[in-house]
Structures are given as structure tokens and as C-alpha cells.
Design a protein around this ligand. Sequence first.
Ligand code: NAD
Ligand code: GLY
Length: 362
Amino acid sequence: MTLLHSMTVPLGERSYPIYIGEGLLRDAAWVGELLKARKTAVVSNDVVAPLYADAIHAARSGAETHDIILPDGEVHKTLATASKIFDELIEHRFARDDLIVALGGGVIGDMAGFAAACYQRGIAFVQIPTTLLSQVDSSVGGKTGVNHPRGKNMIGAFHQPRAVIIDIATLSSLPLRELRAGLAEVVKYGLICNPAFFEWLESHAEKLVSRDTETLAYAIYHSCQTKAAIVARDEREQGERALLNFGHTFGHAIESVTGYSSWLHGEAVAAGMLMAASLSERCGLLSRSDVARISSLLQRLGLRTDARGELSAESARLAMSVDKKVQKGRIRLILLRSLGEAFVSDDYPADALTSTLEAHLS
Ligand code: NAD
Ligand code: GLY
């Protein structure tokens, strides 16, 4: 195995390491040290477990380990599915000092983390993210949860993992469409706070899509570092962390109106980021050429930039109004002051939002 990068998410007594490398899961002894516990539950799904659960069993080398295999897909990110995790933990008499391992993408990570947050009021868990999106975003920062039919991630808890193990080798089996969706969240970090990283992405777009290991490792490292720093300053999203939701309120509306099935989360975020940029332009903040640069990068990464014909502006507005970012009846959105500088706003002209929704959706 090759450990390429490591870092700490500095949160006092809840600090934890992130390891990024190639072939990390093949080093059973090294992984075993990180998964030390009396009992371990490996929460995964029927796509990922056949590919990578053996590596976890080898790392546990005969210590008590139970697989909890869930059906695959965002549509199963529900309280009912989380309840199956609780059933298994109770069945196998898991105690508070045992360990949950989340092996999979963001859906598994969010649900396993939620189960870990709630089971006996909180047990430890380790994130082993296997999609690019989960490696650059969802496995870091401790947001866990499930969807409600009326809104995404409406039920959840903050619960930090004990460690995050990012093995880039797992991306070799990831469908290209999923890789592209993960790249949307990578672009997000450039847009919200780092223009130099946005430029680096512009000059490495094709290498990223072709899964060049070193290029992906740098993008993952940079993304995790950016997220870790923001989470360290604002763990519970009282302020700055909200910037990580850039494009998400629009994206969540696309996902929920279309039933969490035809759009991947990252795809919806990509379209949502362009809508947020376009609204920023309508508010006189961002230039047309900057919006065009964002659109061009997303397209080179193979991402859709609008949802025309798939949902109405009115249905999107309704969905946005149940989002967690609504305060005192105003939809709070993340806008761009420039490429690489985002801020939270509920003070934009209502007709600018309406015309943005109409331009990108109807
Ligand atoms: P996902 O978990 O559904 O994974 C995408 C698909 O890839 C699934 O079919 C999965 O089984 C498959 N897969 C996973 N790893 C694979 C591999 N190595 N090889 C082959 N197939 C593989 O989707 P995602 O994009 O990883 O995550 C999306 C979820 O993450 C959403 O529910 C979103 O709300 C959540 N999210 C959470 C946070 C957070 O901070 N907690 C941040 C961003 C997104
Ligand atoms: N993905 C948003 C956050 O972690 O805060």
C-alpha cells in the first residue's frame, strides 16, 4: 500500500485522522489497527460489500465481525433502513464500546453514521468511503442522517467518525457517472473559497475524469483539507460551514422533486451550483464570463448544467421552502461574490430567484 497523504480533523477530544492512499485496504495489519474493537459491524450494501468487505474481514483477522448489508440506493436512505441496522446491532448484542464500519458511498456513510450516533446514544464508527463524493465530502465532518419523504437529510445528527480511510484504489470499480458526480463536490471547494484550486481544476479536468491516481489524490487531499478546516472552525454549522452547501438547496430541490432516482446527488449539486452562480450574476455580483467558466468546467467534467423539462420552477421553489436552510420564511442561499468567494444570503430580489428557476428548469 502507498499512504499518500494524512491529516487530522482538529476537534479537540473528537479529533480524528484522515488517511488517503492507494491500496490501503490491502494492508490488513494496518487497517486492523484502525478497526480495533471487541465487535465490529460492517455496514455496507449489496454492490460494495462483494467488492471490498473481504478486505475488512482480513483486517479483523477472526475477531467478531458482522456484516449488515443494505439495499443499494438513495431511495433506501430512510428511517426504515436505519432501523434494520438497529435490529442487527441489538440482535448481536452490540455495546457502546463496539464499532461500526461504514463501507460504501455517502448513502451508507450517512446511514451507518446515523445509526452510530443513535445506537445506545452513540457508539464509535470508522468511515471507509468508496465513492469520490464520499471521499471528498460526506465521510468528513460528522453530518449523518436519513431522508424524509418531504425532504432530504431531514432527520440526522452530528457524530464524528473515529477515522476516515480513503483508498483511491476503490475508485477503479466506480461507474464513470458516479466519478463525475463526485467531481461536482470537488469543484465546490474551488468555487466557495479557493480560486487557485478552481484554476487547477480547469487545467486538470481531463486527467481527473480519466482517473489519474496522482491527480485524484491531490484533488481528494485538497478537498478534505478544505472541509476539515471549515468543520474545525464551525462544526455545527452556526456560520461558515453553511458555505459547504453551495448549490445544495437548488440541488436538493431537483433531487426531491424527481424522487431521488433520476439525478445523482453530485449531478444535482452541479446543476444547483450553476443556478446559484446564475442568481449571483442576476444580483450583480458575478460576471457573465465567470458563470460561463463554471458552466464550461462542469461540462468538461461531464456534468449536466440544467434540469430543463424535468421539474417546474414552482415545484422547485416549494421543495426549497422545506429545506433546512429556511429561516424566518426566507430561503437562505449561498451566493458567489466572485469565483472563490461565497457568502450566505437571504437578501436577494425575489424576482431574481424566480427568473433563475425559470431559466434553468421550466
Ligand atoms: P451512493 O452512496 O449512493 O453511491 C453511489 C453508487 O456507487 C451506489 O450505487 C453505490 O453502491 C456504488 N458504489 C459505491 N462505491 C463503489 C465502488 N467503489 N465501486 C462500485 N460501485 C460503488 O452515493 P454517493 O454519491 O457516494 O453519496 C451520496 C449521498 O451522500 C447522498 O445521500 C448525500 O445526501 C450524501 N452526502 C452527505 C454529506 C455529508 O456531509 N454527510 C455530504 C455530501 C453528500
Ligand atoms: N456537505 C455539507 C457539510 O458537510 O456541511
